[in-house]
Design a protein around this ligand. Structure first.
Ligand SMILES: Cc1cc2nc3c(=O)[nH]c(=O)nc-3n(C[C@H](O)[C@H](O)[C@H](O)COP(=O)(O)OP(=O)(O)OC[C@H]3O[C@@H](n4cnc5c(N)ncnc54)[C@H](O)[C@@H]3O)c2cc1C
Length: 334
């Protein structure tokens, strides 16, 4: 015999499971017309956690191969592809009408993208057009309408329930494992056709920085330098260490503002969010805005000559020492 409470709990679970099955999510793929960018794989994992069917929209100029690449991920529904010169440069002004047309046709309950510059530019525009409030930079999903995100530069965690009919959500890549691109064979279909030309913006060109090192947000090891490095030339110490560890190099905002390194290396609240296996902070004090970008790293090592530096409060291993002495020593021993 079940008690009334047990029956109610079991009904609640059944209802939750049914609700999950009723979800349908569209993931907006981020890519460069040749390859899918890894953030989309993180967004796919988040989408699968919502339950229901997960479809993907791949929009670009000649992005057929990318659609074929995503179609290999397991457990996906439709892969919608839209190839149009209007999508050159992936401007939000050109992509928004396509997403609205796709939403009109399929009526998704959720639209997801990565919380990257691409997603941050695109989703608020889509949300405004649908008259809903976007839920940004989520780090967890408790239910199809309940999301977890950080506030106050990562100092507090907020759980919020969205009552909007369509949930527009951006996903923090470091909080969701990448979905493997294997095991599936979804069908690639055409996204709704339309005249997506617009005269709001025009893409002219872009200059991408090239590096032989691993990409900062996906590297397994990151070596970051702060104002304590004293000059851009001294960052060579960190590049040498990074080469030994196959690591990416990052920096604090103070190091970027001082012109030691370019700003695409900045880690933190207004820089990149990283969560590598190993984060080595060198000559970085550990301001909250820096911690917001790296405190989810699995192991944190701090090298700082000031034993009171706040970075030691989050570090798993701390070395109170002069970086100019110990970093070359460390590199030499590796
Ligand atoms: C709105 C806002 C957003 C921000 N966003 C970011 C952000 O995204 N990322 C970010 O990093 N910051 C950000 N900041 C800035 C942040 O508040 C700090 O100013 C910055 O992180 C400090 O950088 P730092 O640790 O390199 O410099 P400092 O705080 O000056 O620390 C330098 C450290 O180096 C140590 N040191 C000096 N010489 C040596 C030596 N020879 N050997 C060993 N150690 C040495 C010192 O003891 C010190 O702890 C933001 C600030 C604001 C207001």
């Amino acid at each position: 015999m079940f008690s009334t409470t047990t029956k109610n709990v079991s009904r609640t679970f059944q209802l939750a499971a049914q609700l999950k099955r009723l979800q349908s999510t569209l993931v907006i793929a981020e890519h460069n017309n040749e390859k899918l960018l890894p953030i989309t794989q993180n967004a796919l994992t988040a989408a699968k956690q919502l339950g229901g069917e997960v479809s993907v929209l791949v929009a670009g100029t000649k992005c057929g191969p990318v659609a074929e690449e995503v179609a290999k991920a397991s457990g996906l529904g439709k892969i919608l592809v839209a190839e149009n010169e209007a999508f050159n440069g992936f401007t939000p002004e050109s992509l928004t009408p396509l997403i609205l047309a796709t939403q009109k046709q399929f009526n998704f309950t959720h639209i997801l993208a990565g919380a990257t510059a691409f997603g941050k530019a695109l989703l608020p525009r889509v949300a405004a057009k649908l008259d809903v409030s976007p839920v940004t930079d989520i780090i967890g999903i408790k239910a199809p309408d309940t999301f977890v995100r950080t506030i106050y530069a990562g100092n507090a965690v907020l759980t919020l329930k969205s009552k909007d009919a369509v949930k527009i959500v951006s996903v923090r890549g470091t909080s969701f494992e990448p979905a493997p691109l294997e095991g599936g064979s979804s069908k690639v279909e055409q996204a709704p056709a339309g005249d997506y030309k617009q005269d709001l913006t025009q893409f002219l060109s872009q200059e991408l920085s090239k590096s032989d090192r691993p990409e900062l947000t996906s590297a397994k090891v990151v070596v970051s330098g702060g104002r304590g490095m004293k000059s851009g030339d001294n960052f060579k110490l960190l590049y040498d260490l990074a080469d030994k560890l196959n690591a990416a190099v990052g920096a604090s905002r103070a190091a970027v503002d001082a012109g030691f390194v370019p700003n695409d290396l900045q880690v933190g609240q207004t820089g990149k969010i990283v969560a590598p296996e190993l984060y080595i902070a060198v000559g970085i004090s550990g301001a909250i805005q820096h911690l917001a970008g790296m405190k989810d790293s699995k192991t944190i090592v701090a090298i700082n000559k000031d034993p009171e530096a706040p970075i030691f409060q989050v570090a798993d291993y701390g070395l109170v020492a002069d970086l100019f002495k110990v970093v070359p020593e460390l590199t030499g021993k590796l």
